[in-house]
Design a protein around this ligand. Structure first.
Ligand code: ATP
Length: 234
C-alpha cells in the first residue's frame, strides 16, 4: 500500500532524514517510533505531500506522491501533530466544511453520521470545538481524517497531551480503525506502539534503526535506543 524509497530530507545543512526505505502492506498498523527530533513528523509530512523530499520517492496505493500528488493525497487521511481544527466552529460545521474542502463524493449526511458514530462524537456534534476536551478534539481530528474513507490513515502523535483515560480510548479507537485502514501511528512511546501496532519501525537521527514486530524490538534495539524511548515514554 505504501512504498518509501531512498527518502532523504535536508533542512539547510541539517540532515533530518537519511535514505529511509520501507514498504507497508495493506491492512497493517505500523508504529513509527522515535525520540524527539528523530524525523517522524518530517517523514509523515513528506508522505502526505505537505513537504517535498530532497531525494527519494513514495507511492501510495500505486500513485507516486510527486508525479501524481492529487491521486496519492486522496488515498490518505492525515491527523497532523497539531490537528487542523477551527475552534470557532461546531463539530457539525467543521466536518461539513472539511467534507466540502476535500470534495468528498460519498452521501454527505450518511457518511458524516457513520464517522461520528465510529469515533464516538455524536454527543458533541452541535458543540463548539473550542469547548471540547482534548480527547474529544482529537476524535474530531480523526473524524476529519476519515472523511472520504481513505485506505491509508496517518496519525502523528495522536495521544500527546491527553490524560490516561483519553489515551486508552484513542488507542482502542486506532486498533478498531486498523480493521478497515492501513495505519501509520507516529509515536515516541514504546509501550504505545507495543499495545497498538503489528509492526514497528524505529527511527533515530533520521535513520531506521529497527524494523519488526513489537516483541522483536526487545532484541533488536540497542541499549542506547531502548533507554531513549523508555525514558521519554514514562
Ligand atoms: P518530535 O517528536 O519532536 O516532533 P520528530 O521525530 O517528529 O520530533 P522532526 O520534527 O521530523 O522530528 O525533526 C527532524 C529533524 O529536523 C530535527 O533535527 C528538527 O530539528 C529538524 N527540523 C524539523 N523541521 C525543521 C524545519 N522546518 N527547519 C529546520 N529543521 C527542521
Amino acid at each position: 500500500m505504501i512504498e518509501v524509497k531512498n527518502l532523504t530530507k535536508r533542512y539547510g545543512s541539517n540532515l533530518a532524514l537519511n535514505h529511509i526505505h520501507f514498504s507497508l502492506e495493506e491492512g497493517t498498523i505500523l508504529g513509527f517510533l522515535g525520540p524527539n527530533g528523530a524525523g517522524k513528523s518530517t517523514t509523515m509530512n513528506i508522505i502526505t505531500g505537505y513537504l517535498s523530499p530532497t531525494e527519494g520517492s513514495i507511492t501510495v496505493d500505486g500513485f507516486d506522491t510527486l508525479e501524481n500528488p492529487l491521486e496519492a493525497k486522496k488515498r490518505i487521511g492525515y491527523l497532523p501533530e497539531i490537528p487542523p481544527l477551527y475552534t470557532d466552529m461546531t463539530v457539525k460545521e467543521y466536518l461539513n466544511f472539511m467534507y466540502d474542502l476535500k470534495k468528498v463524493k460519498l452521501p454527505r449526511k450518511e457518511h458524516i453520521a457513520e464517522i461520528c458514530s465510529l469515533v464516538k462524537i455524536d454527543d458533541v456534534y452541535g458543540r463548539l470545538i473550542a469547548n471540547l476536551s482534548k480527547g474529544y478534539r482529537q476524535r474530531v481530528g480523526i473524524a476529519q481524517a476519515l472523511l472520504g474513507n481513505p485506505p491509508v490513515l496517518i496519525l502523528d502523535e495522536p495521544t500527546v497531551g491527553l490524560d490516561p483515560k483519553q489515551i486508552i480510548e484513542i488507542r482502542n479507537l486506532i486498533k478498531s480503525l486498523g480493521r478497515k485502514h492501513t495505519v501509520i501511528l507516529s509515536s515516541h512511546i514504546l509501550s504505545e506502539v507495543q499495545a497498538v501496532c503489528e509492526r514497528v519501525i524505529v527511527i533515530n537521527r533520521g535513520s531506521i534503526v529497527a524494523d519488526g514486530t513489537p516483541d522483536s524490538l526487545a532484541h533488536s534495539l540497542s541499549n542506547e535506543n531502548r533507554l531513549l524511548l523508555r525514558m521519554e515514554g514514562e
